[in-house]
Every structure is written in C-alpha cells, then in structure tokens.
Ligand binder design. Structure first.
Ligand SMILES: [Mg+2]
Length: 372
C-alpha cells in the first residue's frame, strides 16, 4: 500500500466570536476556515484530519500558513507506505519547525489512515482505552451578571459539571464579583474555573485572586506570557490552568517543574501538533497533571481525535473536553454525541478515527497533490 494523493479542502466556519479583550482586533474579521486533509492510498483506503486555525490576533499562525506548510512537506508522504506512520511524521517534523496547525491536520490524517490500515480504532493503536466516558466542559461567555448566571444554571440543568467561565473583558471589580457569585454557587462535584484569555496584567491578577482567596479559584492562563502567569502563581499561590502559554512539551515540563501547572489545556496547534500533544500527555501521566485536550475549534473530526486521545488517560487526568459538534459544520455523518456533559467512544468505534466524512460538504479542493 502506498500514499498516492493528498487533498486539501477549506470549509468556512463561524465560531461565534465572543466578547473578549480582542474586540478591537476583531474588526479585522478574519474569515475562519476548517482545513480538511484527505490522504488516499492506492488500495482506496483514506485518512482524514482537520485544523481550524485561530485568528492571528489570538495565536501566532495563519490558516494559509497551515495550507502552505502541508504543501511544502507533502512530498515526504507521497509514494510512501503509510504504516508505521511514525516514519513519515519523523521526516515531516525534521523538515518543518513550528506550524503546529499544519502538523495537527496532517498528523491526524496520517494516524487515521494508519489505524484504518491496521483495522484498529485509533485509541487501540495508541495506548488503549482506560476510561469509560469523558467530561465535556461548558463555556459561560461574558455577559451581564444575570446572563452569565442564567447560562450557568441552564448548562448545569443539562448535566454539565465543568464550567469555563470567561472573565477579563472589563474592570477587575467585575471579575471579582463574577468569581464570588459563581464560586459560592458551586455544588460538590462541580469544577469551575475562570478564563480571562490572557487579559489580566499581573497586578490585576494578584488583586483579583487575593480578593477571592477564600474560594481558591482556579485561573486559566491569566496573563499574556508564561513568565507573568508564573509570577501570579508565586505571588498568590493561586491554582493555575495553563492554556496558550503551553507552546511545546518542553514548556509543559518547565511549568510542571516550576509548580505552575495544576491543570494543562493542550491545544494541539499551540503545543506543536498531534505528536507534540502525545508527548505532553506522556509527561502528564508521569507527573499527574489533569488535561484538557483540544484545539482552537473544529468539527466532528477533531472531536473524534481528542476523544480517542483522552480515552487513553486515567479518568482523574481528564479535566474536560470541548464540544465541537453542536455548533460546527456537520462534516461528519456519524459524530460522537455529547450527552449530559459527557462524551464517549462507542464500544466498537470502527477503525481509525471512526468518522464518516460527508464529502458533499467539502466543496472543491484548494489543493491536490499526487505521487509521481
Ligand atoms: Mg483558554
């Protein structure tokens, strides 16, 4: 079996821009897309991957960059035997620094293809399934106090127990009020944390955390840089969930060694791709760091990938996943379903990612590369 064709598609996606500190930059209106990668072999077997690159005011990458990077390294995969996939991925990684968004889509498709070739669900080609079902988080978006509380109650009634509460769009006293109000409402078994999307200055963060210290809030990536987040942790003892600051497995290790990593949110594009994410997951297993595994956005292809990954972790290391299916383009005909705040692979998930892609929704390819 050999890889004969790599096809790229660009599918527009509306991720529903929320109110954040990036509002001024959002006037640039970056049209976002899901870059879908299909890798085909001469036996008719195909693998699928995708990436929805974040807008460039949010993460330092462009969707067009992912496209160009895949075109650049495609000759390293074309004509090759797809199994074992590690051989191709090693060559891609040696040829291409950075470009975690490109590596997310390409590595996802290579793994999907290899698992289909072996006739195994991806989870079984990785470490195997060690938990039954996974928590999905609910995002409480910035709004008035009443809007946020009513959203919180509504999602709780749907069965969610993990809540990412957005803050950081206004003055520190408003964030203090939201943390106090929601923190005091938390029920046993619920996990709440607060995400200013890197908006706080160190001084704001210290003030907010100290004013709510009796509630011991967990804060997600409070400030722009890793060093600022570390300063907040050291000055307050605050529980920290790092997100965008985790830009490599090496950074994960550094943060864990510094004691600034109570929970990690691994964004595959940010950390460096699927292989870099798997490396960070290995560190998390050794060091006992609970994880969210996700990317900026996506569809049922990404959801399936992160669910296969998260099923390889012990239950206490899965902090919560993101639901890409409810509001993403329905590219997958058989998406995993989020029910009562949880998601799971079926008992017989089928080979690879287990996704059946609706090719009628992909439109015309933006690039087709063939083996010579
Ligand atoms: Mg975040």
């Amino acid at each position: 079996m050999r890889i004969i064709r790599i096809t790229l598609y660009s599918v527009p996606i509306d991720v529903g821009m929320e109110l954040t500190r990036y509002v001024a930059s959002q006037t640039m209106d970056p049209a976002l897309d899901v870059l879908v990668v299909k890798i085909e072999t001469d036996t008719g077997l195909a693998g699928w991957g995708e990436v929805c690159s974040a807008p460039p005011y949010y993460l330092p990458e462009l969707s067009a960059g992912a496209r160009e990077a895949i075109l650049h390294v495609a000759p390293l995969a074309l004509g090759r035997e797809p199994c074992p996939p590690a051989a191709i991925m090693r060559d891609v990684s040696a040829a291409l620094r950075g470009h975690g968004n490109a590596k997310t889509a390409l590595e996802m498709a290579l793994w999907d293809l290899a698992a289909r070739a072996y006739g195994l669900p991806l989870v079984d080609l990785w470490e195997g399934r060690v938990n039954d079902s996974l928590s999905v988080l609910s995002v409480i978006r910035i709004g008035s106090r009443e809007e946020m509380l009513s959203e919180f109650e509504a999602r709780r009634a749907e069965g969610y127990s993990r809540f990412q509460i957005k803050v950081g769009a206004g003055e520190p006293h408003g964030d203090i009020e939201i943390i106090r109000t929601t923190g005091e409402m938390a029920l046993p078994g619920e996990r709440l944390w607060y995400d200013p999307n890197r908006a706080w200055l160190v001084d704001d963060a210290v003030r907010i955390v100290k004013a709510t210290a009796d509630l011991a809030p967990m804060i997600e990536n409070p400030c722009e840089s890793y060093e600022e987040c570390r300063a907040v942790a050291r000055r307050t003892g605050c529980r920290i969930m790092l997100d965008e600051a985790l830009d490599s497995p090496r950074r994960f290790l550094e943060a864990a060694n510094d004691g600034v990593l109570d929970v990690a949110s691994l964004k595959t594009s940010c950390v460096g791709g699927i292989e870099a994410t798997r490396a960070a997951m290995g560190l998390a297993r050794v060091l006992g760091v609970p994880l969210r595994i996700e990317d900026y956005h996506g569809t049922g292809i990404l959801l399936s990938c992160v669910v296969h990954l998260a099923h390889t972790l012990p239950e206490n290391l899965v902090f919560g996943l993101y639901d890409y299916v409810s509001d993403g383009p329905p590219l997958v005909k058989n998406p995993l379903k989020v029910e009562k705040g949880r998601v799971r692979l079926p008992d017989r998930p089928g080979p690879g990612l287990g996704v059946e892609v609706d090719e009628s929704l992909l439109g015309s390819p933006v690039a087709v590369l063939e083996a010579r």
